[in-house]
Write a protein that binds this ligand. Structure first.
Ligand SMILES: C[S@@+](CC[C@H](N)C(=O)[O-])C[C@H]1O[C@@H](n2cnc3c(N)ncnc32)[C@H](O)[C@@H]1O
Length: 311
């Protein structure tokens, strides 16, 4: 008879880093499909630098930082609040946690109508103290971004034409505002990251054959009602999609591994927009469910596209 094998289980597994914000177009649900399409250069350890130029909620960065041996990451976005938050989380996690603790202690004991007043007061302070394009670490402001994101309607981050946060209060029975373990795991992951308020074209200064780049730009709207493009004041239109494809081709020539996702215009009509822009690269169509949509009834499974410049 064989002796029973004894497996030891670590008492406390470290929490894996995951997105801190709910973000339109967040890629947590698509992670398994993205992972099936990672480049061989990443799996074999040739890649030492990861670049995510449309970082948003950073789902893929946090996943890679927890599971792969990435030495350096560059994270860009043109949304200053997002960059301010990640810089704060990287450099001042304790101060951020203290502010969130204080906000949670003030907010949770309130009744529904007082919670709404509290939310509106925070949003008002947030909008009136906003400094144009300031991405420098700021623990109170970063805490307010998290608070607004967790208590606003649908967890959106949406700004008006003047750049003010304009999402109304959302009623949640018991929203969690402070989640310390998750913040600490994200902060640890961000230590390898260079986080910048920058346009995606900055990738051109960094990419080489040891980099893996994941582009997740604002999706090209596939129908009028499916539009969600208000991450920032600037629109991401077809001209921007073309500018991105030009960069993709230039960087391909430098030997970097590139993966890009977008909506699939052929969901509804025969519109080969991306097939033309990315001709010559590997274009895959995958099923994905969308969570943020203006009409609840149109949430469902739709095809998205992945474009790889490797086999
Ligand atoms: C689809 S979201 C990215 C979602 C992200 N992958 C996640 O998992 O949450 C697109 C992001 O691109 C940013 N963005 C829009 N235009 C940009 C530009 N020109 N350069 C860099 N980032 C931009 C938006 O602010 C938004 O955060």
């Amino acid at each position: 008879m064989h002796a029973a094998k004894i497996y030891t289980v670590p008492q406390q597994l470290p929490l894996q880093a995951a997105p801190i914000l709910k973000w339109a177009g967040g890629k947590t649900q698509l992670l398994p499909i993205l992972e099936q399409n990672f480049p061989e250069a990443l799996l074999s350890g040739q890649v030492d630098t990861y670049i995510e130029p449309f970082v948003g909620g950073a789902a893929l960065f946090f996943h890679l930082a927890s599971h792969y041996d990435i030495k350096k990451a560059y994270l860009f976005d043109i949304n200053p609040e997002l960059i301010l938050l990640y810089n704060t989380l990287k450099l001042h996690p304790d101060a951020l946690i203290r502010h969130l603790d204080s906000i949670e202690k003030q907010f949770l004991p309130l009744d529904d109508s007082k919670r709404r007043d509290f939310f509106e007061a925070v949003r008002n302070h947030y909008n009136t103290t906003r400094q144009e394009n300031s991405e420098t670490a700021h623990p109170l402001r970063a805490a307010q971004t998290i608070f607004l994101n967790r208590t606003c309607f649908n967890g959106l981050f949406r700004v008006n034409s003047r750049g003010g946060f304009n999402v109304p209060f959302g009623r949640y029975t018991n929203p969690r505002i402070l989640f310390e373990d998750k913040l600490r795991a994200a902060s640890a992951a961000l230590q390898i990251a260079d986080i910048r308020l920058a346009d995606f074209s900055l990738v051109g200064d960094i990419a080489n054959r040891n980099t893996f780049i994941y582009y997740d730009p604002p999706y090209r709207p596939i129908s009028q009602t499916a539009q969600f493009t208000a991450y920032s004041k600037e629109a991401f239109d077809d001209k921007e999609q073309r500018r991105l494809s030009t960069l993709y081709r230039a960087i391909h020539a430098r030997g970097a591994s590139q993966l890009l996702s977008n909506s699939d215009p052929t969901n509804y009509i025969n519109d080969p927009f991306f097939d033309v822009l990315y001709e010559g690269f590997s274009i895959l169509r995958v099923d994905a469910s969308r969570r943020i949509n203006s009409k609840a009834t149109s949430r469902g499974v739709v095809r998205e596209i992945l474009i790889k410049n490797y086999a």
